[in-house]
Design a protein around this ligand. Structure first.
Ligand code: GLA
Length: 339
């Protein structure tokens, strides 16, 4: 039987560095996918059109660090997580992706969701997202949140996914047709070795002093003694508010307001949370000044990656126009029915 799986990447419109404190996020799944094509087999044999070497693994769990080449760790980590809950199916196949790798568009979450489905994952969308997230943390050692995986598994065409990362509820919010989303690639980067983990710790420190940031107000942060930790909390609390006001602005077709909120978000990520770079800041400034661009911001974990902009249709801009697509899917025959 031939198996085909397609998992999209995502771009976050607003709500960054909020997911790991149970905050709000607002990503869209985008029309660039990771695909796996293959046949059922006794073992797991995968080659990648984009990465060197073949991954050859048994379906039984083993430490992911032992997998070679390096990208095989992702496959091994998914297999291990899957083996904790169910039988793991073998596959012999090929992975390809139209997502730039390590560019803040969730190439790795997209890959891991696709692998889990390829190995026969059987369960709910939320369970799939949680499994792929645990696997990513095991493979990379970076304590990332649930945003990317939940968006990738649950998105609906034409809609953004507003996710409450505390109770994992998802609202599908229509993205109006008369507004476009542009993505400009800035730089490849990896969150391994970045200050991502330090930001997660700083948020925990803030929560140890004032309780869950998702429930806190900006006035609460005055109690935080360390000024750096206070700034981190200021970002998270204000960013959660911005997700709500951005969603309202989009729903009422007030794109000018939505764009301004994106720019405020960028400033907070750059100055309160310190996860931007001078190149990203320059790109946000440049894009925001282009006629027909409502606003722009860094997107995802930062330290490189991409910038996202909200624009009028037909705007003259050096960036990819992306559109909101549905979540990861498996196709069990040779139809071309990939939405
Ligand atoms: C990365 C992580 C996500 C999230 C973003 C920042 O993409 O994988 O969980 O924390 O950074 O919003």
């Amino acid at each position: 039987m031939s198996i085909r799986i397609r998992a999209p990447g995502r771009v976050n419109l607003i709500g960054d560095h909020t997911d790991y404190t149970g905050g709000l996020v607002f990503p869209i799944a985008i029309n660039r996918w990771t695909e796996i094509r293959g046949e059922r087999s006794q073992r797991i044999t995968l080659i990648s059109e984009d990465e060197f070497g073949a991954v050859e693994l048994a379906t039984q769990p083993a430490p992911p660090q032992e997998a070679t080449p390096a990208w095989g760790r992702y496959v091994a980590a998914v297999r291990n997580e899957l083996a904790h809950r169910q039988n793991v199916d073998g596959i012999s196949g090929t992975i390809s992706t139209a997502l730039p790798i390590g560019a803040g568009l969730s190439s790795s979450a997209s890959l891991m969701v696709a692998i889990a489905i390829a190995l026969g994952f059987d369960g709910s969308a939320v369970e799939l997202a949680q499994l792929a997230r645990r696997a990513e943390v095991a493979a990379t050692g970076v304590p990332t949140g649930i945003m990317d995986q939940l968006c990738i598994v649950s998105a609906t065409p034409g809609h953004a996914t507003r996710i409450d990362c505390n109770d994992l509820t998802i609202d599908h919010v229509a993205v109006p047709e008369d507004v476009k989303i542009a993505v400009r690639f800035i730089a490849h980067r990896t969150l391994q070795g970045s200050e991502y983990s330090a930001r997660v710790s700083e948020c925990s420190q803030a929560e140890a002093e004032i309780g869950p940031l998702r429930l806190a107000n900006l006035s609460d942060i005055e109690e935080i003694t360390d000024l750096t930790v206070r700034s981190r909390a200021r970002h998270v609390i204000s960013e959660n508010e911005r997700v709500t006001t951005f969603a309202q602005a989009l729903a009422s077709n007030d794109y000018r307001a939505a764009g301004e909120i994106m720019v405020q978000s960028h400033h907070s990520l750059a100055h309160n949370f310190d996860v931007s770079t001078s190149t990203i800041n320059a790109a946000v400034d440049e894009l925001s000044r282009i006629p027909g661009v409502y606003g722009a911001r860094m997107t995802g974990g930062g330290f490189g990656g991409c910038v996202v902009a909200l624009c009028e249709p037909g705007v003259d801009i050096d960036a990819w126009i992306v559109s909101p697509v549905g979540g990861a899917q498996r196709f069990d025959d040779d139809t071309d029915d990939m939405n």
